[in-house]
Write a protein that binds this ligand. Structure first.
Ligand code: ZN
Length: 57
C-alpha cells in the first residue's frame, strides 16, 4: 500500500507529496503545505510528530 497523500503535522492540512515541502526527520519523510510550516517543524520536530507514527512497532 502506498501513501498518496500526507497531513501537514504543523497545521493539519492535507498535503500532496508532489507539491508539498518534504522534510526528512529520524528516517521519516514529512510533507508540509509551505516552507513556513517546514521551518516550524525543523525548529522543534518532536513537538509536531504524531505519536502513533513515532511509536509504530
Ligand atoms: Zn502547513
Amino acid at each position: 500500500m502506498t501513501a498518496t497523500s500526507q497531513s501537514d503535522p504543523v497545521c493539519g492540512m492535507h498535503v500532496d507529496p508532489k507539491t508539498g515541502v518534504p522534510v526528512e526527520h529520524d528516517g521519516h519523510l514529512y510533507y508540509f503545505c509551505e516552507a513556513a510550516c517546514a521551518d516550524t517543524f525543523r525548529d522543534d520536530p518532536d513537538r509536531w510528530i504524531p505519536r502513533d507514527l513515532a511509536g509504530e512497532a
